[in-house]
Design a binder for this molecule. Sequence first.
Ligand SMILES: C[S@@+](CC[C@H](N)C(=O)[O-])C[C@H]1O[C@@H](n2cnc3c(N)ncnc32)[C@H](O)[C@@H]1O
Length: 187
Amino acid sequence: MTSGDLPLFLGQLLRNPREISAVVPSSRALATAMAAGLTPGHGPVAEFGPGTGRITRGIIARGIAPEDLTLYEMNAAFCGRLRQSFPGVHVVNRPAQQAARDFDGTLAAVVSGLPLLSMPEAVQNEIVSAAFRALRHDGRFIQFTYGPKPPLREDTRHALGLSATAGPLVWNNIPPARVYIYRRSAE
Ligand SMILES: C[S@@+](CC[C@H](N)C(=O)[O-])C[C@H]1O[C@@H](n2cnc3c(N)ncnc32)[C@H](O)[C@@H]1O
């Protein structure tokens, strides 16, 4: 994060506490863990809820080309900062629920920094359903969570026919977080 990003993040947190739902941006360690499974040249990637772009930096550091990356961020002030910080990356000031309008089964991965568990169940379902319509068949949905429970409700996971893989706890984050990868089940 650059020195100007924390004041922007905190200012937007005060104005939109429900949408932002985190006290500080993700750490570099969590950004690295979120991006670890991405392969450059393997297809387009979308990020949901990038905020000031901490996880975006991890995705770019992984070698994903800017033109292969699309960011869905509802907050217009964050979008302005993202456009400045990441030239060539597609920044979309629309909700993540609309990703399937732009990608019809073509994305290799969705990386989500959204506070899914603190959203109403119907909203969580809309977002994850949109992600899997936008993803190709072998695509993955990558999401972190702070608590002991997985970041998707079991009902949502079952309804969409997904399997989950949990990574190790990333201690160097406030609070510590765990990365989950969801894919369509094999059968
Ligand atoms: C917890 S912040 C995460 C910021 C960043 N990913 C990080 O980890 O530091 C959540 C972000 O998601 C955005 N957001 C919330 N609901 C959204 C939605 N439905 N579609 C797109 N962005 C959303 C908020 O504006 C906020 O920037």
